[in-house]
Design a protein around this ligand. Structure first.
Ligand SMILES: Cc1ncc(COP(=O)(O)O)c(C=O)c1O
Length: 425
């Protein structure tokens, strides 16, 4: 392992971050095998990518079937695989979102969403939410504020971008309590549309319905409904970035389905093709038809091998009944974690949806407790469970097992985690 790290250090830029100095040689379902022969329960899912686990046989078969025929068409000619994949993906997207553009990564889908919104509205303004992570290319990083490290030394960024507070209720920026909340955050946003930019100059609001990298915190339903209303009143396009929360992660195909709030534009990546690079920006045909030929494009986006993997992934989620299974087991996870929190006040908050759960560690005064979080994660790793953190202070554990993880393995993971919490006190 040491030797591999040394080699990597010579050829791979230090800009690229890895959570653990762990070399894996094989991935199989919910497990990875390390170079030293140890087997780990992988509850990181490759950062919410491996929703049906590592190397699912159906995905491997679909990939094999495609590579035997052709692997690339680019923009030169049509192929059926990409059309099949588009039809299949659009069969599970929220109502009214029925046309798409395929890209390769989350950040590309966000770039495409911003370009689409500006192009079709003819407006410049973009409103995003503090703590959001939307990607690392220059447009996406301009609306990313989960950490200044992503933006540092890249200024000037995209102009006409406005940041307003995310409804992070556990640490409400306006000190509201959830049961007494009068949505001051929404009022603040309305104020921004009077103080800084008139709504008729705003192309889009972009939001993660469940904040990902910024802290695994769901937005309240009333807030998203409020955003929808403002957008409808002013012809602003509502973009949901579901790169992390999509493709069944929440026990719904998309978190939008759980909320019953439909965006005008949806961004999708990560879990869509079980690890192969694929993403999509999705909107209504009405909106998409206004995007003129040549206004956007790609060489690799919609690669047929990735598209074949995507169809197999969606089929597995459907055929194995993973959405309902995730919803059911998720309730048990939250109950177990809440029981644990009774004994350990260093667990300040447990929140989330489906298999996208955040566990926030706090100090006695309620401040972010990164040390405790680190200790728990390290303990889990030593015991063979891979979990990763998030949040500006890295004090929140993301509990994101593959959707295929059954009750017994979830329990095993929680047992290890609970033991780690006990040791972190
Ligand atoms: C919500 C969200 N949007 C966009 C991105 C960027 O995706 P990618 O790393 O594939 O560019 C991420 C990645 O973590 C994400 O979580």
């Amino acid at each position: 392992m040491k030797r591999l790290l040394e080699r990597a250090g010579k050829v791979i830029t230090p800009a690229l971050h890895h959570y653990y100095p762990l070399e894996i040689v094989r991935g199989d379902g919910i497990y990875v095998e390390a170079a030293d022969g140890r087997k780990y329960l992988d509850f990181s899912s490759g950062i919410a990518v491996l929703n049906i686990g590592h190397c699912h046989p159906a995905v491997k078969e679909a990939i094999q079937g495609q590579i035997d025929r052709f692997m690339h068409t680019g923009g030169v000619y049509y192929n059926e695989t990409i059309v099949n994949a588009a039809e299949r993906l659009l069969s599970v997207t929220p109502d009214g979102l029925d046309m798409l553009f395929f890209g390769n990564s989350g950040t590309e889908s966000v770039e495409a969403a911003l370009k689409l919104a500006r192009f079709v509205t003819g407006r410049q303004g973009i409103v995003s939410f503090t703590g959001a992570f939307h990607g690392r290319t220059l447009g996406a990083v301009s609306i990313t504020t989960s950490s200044a490290k992503y933006r540092n030394r890249y200024h000037p960024l995209l102009p006409s971008v406005y940041q307003v507070p995310y409804p992070y209720c556990f640490r409400c920026p306006f000190n509201c309590k959830p049961d007494l909340c009068d949505l001051t955050c929404l009022e603040f946003l309305k104020g921004t549309l009077r103080r800084q930019i008139y709504p008729d100059e705003v192309a889009a609001f972009i939001i993660e319905p469940i904040l990902g990298e910024g802290g695994y915190h769901p937005a309240p339903l009333r807030f998203l409904q409020g955003l929808r209303k403002i957008c409808d009143e002013h012809g602003i396009l509502l973009i949901f970035d579901e790169v992390q929360s999509g493709i069944g992660r929440t026990g719904w195909w998309f978190a939008a389905g759980h909320y019953g709030v439909s965006p005008d534009i949806l961004t999708v990546a990560k879990g869509i093709a079980s690890g192969l690079p694929l993403s999509a920006v999705i909107a209504s045909r009405h909106v998409m038809k206004k995007w003129a030929p040549g206004a956007h494009g790609t060489t690799f986006g919609g690669n047929p091998v990735a598209c074949a993997a995507a169809m197999a992934t969606l089929d597995v989620i459907e055929q194995e009944g993973l959405l309902s299974q995730v919803r059911e087991i998720s309730e048990e996870i939250v109950t177990s974690l809440e029981e644990l929190a009774v004994d350990y006040p260093l667990i300040g908050d447990i929140r989330g949806l489906g298999y996208m759960i955040g566990i926030e560690f706090v100090t006695e005064t309620g401040a972010p407790n990164r040390k405790a979080c680190d200790r728990v994660l390290q303990f889990c790793l030593e015991k063979g469970l891979i979990l990763i953190p998030c949040g500006l202070e890295r004090n929140i554990v993301r509990f994101i097992p593959p959707l295929i993880t059954k009750r017994d393995d979830i329990r095993r993971g929680i047992e290890i985690f609970a033991e780690g919490v006990g040791k972190a006190v």
